[in-house]
Design a protein around this ligand. Structure first.
Ligand SMILES: [Zn+2]
Length: 230
């Protein structure tokens, strides 16, 4: 079930990962789509919000990974519109490639690096989807959702700044909020990931929501600067 974070923004916890529903004056946006099995759960949760996938104004996906883009194919098979993504990740998701290597795991998870590397590279995991590669830096979606490029975790990772309620940053996997603010589970480019964590500290927002973990409410951008530097 979608649960309110602030008025007009709802979080759907899908096991390890979150999806969000955000209302602008023009309609409802789904942000991220969970993993490969999440489609029916999201459709049910939308129904409880009196929405069908076809009634979504759009879908925004923060990055290619299977736990954020995995439910997209199912939702599009049930009428959902094209997803919006950054060009660097869009083409892989169109072809069902939902993880790119090399992907370096953050300690202590890096004990599993060999297992990850042993899997064949660039193998399609999902089904083809329809993606518009239009989410580049400083694009405004419905005038109120600002795209911030935050590469590193993946080359086409984006965060979204919604200019309401003191500002809400929807950070995808730019960082996690699990037992505190911390680095994501891994990255394609460590330096870029560091720069991106600092970049989100350059904006002002009261609330931070991310792919993994709970919302951080109240002076969130100050907390981000404190943990990740500015
Ligand atoms: Zn990810």
């Amino acid at each position: 079930m979608f649960k309110p974070v602030v008025p007009g923004l709802y979080r759907l916890a899908l096991g390890m990962v979150n999806a969000y529903l955000l209302y602008t004056p023009r309609g409802a946006w789904l942000i991220d789509t969970g993993d490969l099995s999440s489609g029916p759960t999201i459709a049910n949760a939308l129904q409880r919000m009196n929405l069908t996938p076809a009634q979504l104004r759009g879908i925004i996906i923060t990055h290619l990974h299977y736990d954020h883009s995995g439910g997209l194919a199912y939702l599009q098979q049930h009428g959902a519109p094209a997803a919006i993504m950054h060009p660097r990740d869009a083409d892989d998701v169109r072809h069902g490639i939902l993880l790119r290597r090399p992907f370096r795991l953050t300690p202590p998870l890096n004990v599993a690096q060999e297992l990850l590397d042993a899997r064949p590279p660039a193998q399609p995991m999902g089904q083809p989807t329809v993606v518009d590669a239009t989410a580049v830096h400083d694009t405004f979606i419905d005038d109120v959702i600002q795209v911030i490029e935050t590469p590193g975790h993946s080359a086409g990772h984006i965060s979204l700044l919604w200019q309401m309620h003191g500002g809400v940053l929807i950070g995808g996997d730019v960082c996690m909020h699990v037992f505190g603010l911390r680095h994501a589970v891994g990255h394609e480019d460590e330096h870029q990931a560091t720069v991106s964590r600092r970049r989100i500290g350059e904006y002002q927002y009261d609330t931070l929501v991310v792919g993994h973990g709970t919302p951080l409410c109240g002076n969130a951008s100050d907390r981000v600067r404190h943990i990740f530097g500015a």
